[in-house]
Design a protein around this ligand. Structure first.
Ligand code: MG
Length: 252
């Protein structure tokens, strides 16, 4: 069942969204060659504590860290550790926070230094796919209109849409109904209503979309080890259109 949020609840979620957006801004600045992924994680935990927020991922189904950091062929759920970021890396940062019992969730892929133009195209396309999905988060549309719009943008550029992981509803829990695939035909699924809050999150590969999970039980990588990118926003559906609760300072 899809739980609808009141205006008051959406305002509470906006608090969590602001913290998540601010943290992503902070980590984007902090991520540079030589920084270890565990340094990003410590920085994230400190940021959340300073902002009266709790980490949403730490301990979730046993996840051992505050944020997910996924580099290059890692798609999602990378565990921060000793790895140092290198110039040319695609670093996907996935961040979740709890404020006043409400969750927000967002992700972005950061290009470190200069990367090949194809890698930059992958990142830009993933971000544009998210924007196209958000544009469909409008009262009266159906859920798969979001999925279809995301897929169109990605496949037009010849990239792969990950099937094994999908977006989700969000609110008093990190993962609520409905699941939101990034693929599929339009005009099916539940009709979108005021008060739905959705975490829309395209995961995109340069090669084939098949993924596998490494022996750590978490890190999902592309099977063909091609590069991947991931962008995510927490979006409330309002009578005035989509309201991006995790909007970044630069408007992205
Ligand atoms: Mg998510």
């Amino acid at each position: 069942m899809i739980e609808l949020k009141s205006t008051r609840e959406i305002e509470l979620m906006r608090e969590a969204g602001r913290v998540v957006a601010g943290l992503l801004d902070h980590l984007t600045t902090y991520a540079r060659p030589g920084v270890k992924t565990k340094d990003l994680d410590q920085e994230a935990l400190a940021y959340l504590r300073t902002h009266a927020a709790k980490p949403a991922f730490l301990g979730y189904r046993g996840f051992p860290a505050t944020i997910c950091v996924s580099i290059n062929e890692e798609v999602v759920h990378g565990i921060p550790g000793e790895r140092a970021i290198a110039s040319g890396d695609l670093v996907s940062l996935d961040v979740g926070a709890i404020v006043n019992g409400f969750y927000a969730d967002a992700a972005a892929t950061v290009v470190i230094g200069t990367a090949p133009s194809k890698a930059q195209q992958l990142t830009r396309t993933t971000q544009r796919a998210l924007e196209a999905g958000i544009a469909q988060a409008v009262v009266g549309h159906r859920l798969s209109d979001i999925s279809h719009a995301v897929q169109q943008v990605i496949e037009r550029e010849g990239f792969g849409v990950v099937r094994d992981f999908v977006g989700h509803g969000i609110g008093r829990a990190l993962h609520e109904d409905p699941p939101i695939p990034n693929f599929g035909p339009p005009h099916i699924g539940p009709r979108l209503q005021v008060g739905m809050v959705l975490a829309i999150e395209p995961m995109v590969t340069m090669g084939h979309y098949d993924v596998e999970v490494l022996a750590d039980g978490w890190t999902a990588v592309t099977k063909d080890r091609s590069l991947a990118a991931h962008f995510e926003h927490t979006v409330a559906i309002t009578e005035h259109g989509p309201d991006v609760l995790t909007q970044r300072a630069d408007g992205s």
